[in-house]
Ligand binder design. Structure first.
Ligand code: PLP
Length: 331
């Protein structure tokens, strides 16, 4: 039987696990740090899963049909996923870019032939710089545009299909590929679809699995007074912030088997160091959030109780979209 696929949409998921073997040897680490290479998805990030989940969910509910235009607010990866997977399945996509989107991402959108918009194109949010970003107004604005233009708002941050897809695919893959030997699961959150879906699946299989959320330390958050100018792209704080800023999927799944065992703060600059070192030891070339999650996994691996344990960490994307930042700049 031939192995020719008919669409890149068939290639979403089933990403491999790879142990950080050389780094572990170099640092005499007794735990197993195992990365899930989500950047091997067709458009280069974990967000292909979300794109496919959102499109399939809307199709199933009869909300979209081939030829329709999808719109969403995105910092990049979700939009790139919706562009690539969307085109493969017959949909157009218009991204409304968050401020600070790296130049590489904007160019990728242009490469897909998209009509790229920003928050300035949303009447309800265009004064965000002066007035602060009001997410409710932003969503109201984009919903209005969708209605006026006959487009479909995919709603990545609130759609339960996101975490369900991770439950059914990412979580299951990790469980099966480790033969059920997972002691810690480590991930950052944006929508939190990954950590909620995978966390629920693993905890159902083994209630002793530790679910570790990773977030940018305050000095790596633009709103913080001691902000250093370096962010962890695509992620938001998971805890310690006002209720309205915590991811919707974390709140909605509290009674659905999801909770963190621990949240670890990582500075962007620490993530940069990890990215640079693991590029040299193991040939990885991680994006910032992957490197930050890995930094947390490395911290856990050095605890005495972690000796011999399997720590699975998500690598959402690789470093190619961050070459205009300081991620790989050696000082
Ligand atoms: C680079 C990057 N890392 C991590 C995440 C977090 O993934 P999730 O939305 O599943 O929480 C995202 C998504 O926003 C991302 O773009």
């Amino acid at each position: 039987m031939s192995k020719i696929h008919q669409s890149i949409a068939e290639l979403v998921g089933n990403t491999p696990l790879v142990e950080l073997s050389n780094y572990e040897k170099k640092h005499d680490i007794k735990a197993h740090i195992i990365g899930k290479l989500e950047y091997l998805n067709p458009t280069g990030s974990v967000k292909d899963r979300l794109a496919l989940a959102l499109i399939r969910d809307a199709e199933k509910k009869g909300l979209i049909k081939k030829g329709d235009t999808l719109i969403d607010v995105t910092s990049g990866n979700t939009g790139i996923g919706l562009a690539g997977i969307g085109h493969a399945l017959g949909y157009e996509f218009v991204p409304y870019l968050e401020p600070g989107t790296t130049v590489e991402r904007v160019k990728i959108f242009e490469g897909y032939g998209l009509d790229v918009k920003t928050f300035y194109d949303i009447e309800e949010a265009k004064n965000f710089e002066k007035e602060g970003l009001n997410v409710d107004n932003l969503i109201k604005g984009i919903k209005r545009i969708a209605k006026e233009k006959g487009q479909f708002f995919t709603g990545q941050t609130v759609n339960e299909a996101n975490q369900e897809f991770h439950y059914n695919t990412t979580g299951k893959e990790i469980w099966e590929d480790t033969d059920g030997n997972v002691d810690y699961f480590v991930a950052m959150g944006g929508t939190a679809g990954t950590i909620v879906g995978v966390g629920r699946y693993l905890r159902e299989k083994n209630p002793n699995v530790k679910i570790i959320g990773v977030q940018a330390a305050p000095s790596s958050r633009p709103e913080s007074p001691d902000f250093t100018g370096h962010i962890v792209d695509g992620t938001i704080p998971l805890a310690g912030v006002p209720e309205e800023f915590t991811p919707a999927l974390v709140k909605s799944n509290k009674n659905n088997g999801f909770k963190y065992d621990e949240i670890i703060d990582i500075k962007a600059e620490e993530a940069y160091k990890t990215a640079q070192e693991t590029a040299e030891t193991d040939g990885l070339f991680l994006g910032t959030s992957a490197a930050a999650a890995l930094t947390a996994a490395i911290q856990i691996s050095k605890r005495p109780e972690a000796a011999g344990k399997n720590i699975v960490v998500i690598y959402p994307d690789n470093g190619y979209k961050y070459l205009s930042t300081d991620l790989y700049k050696r000082h």
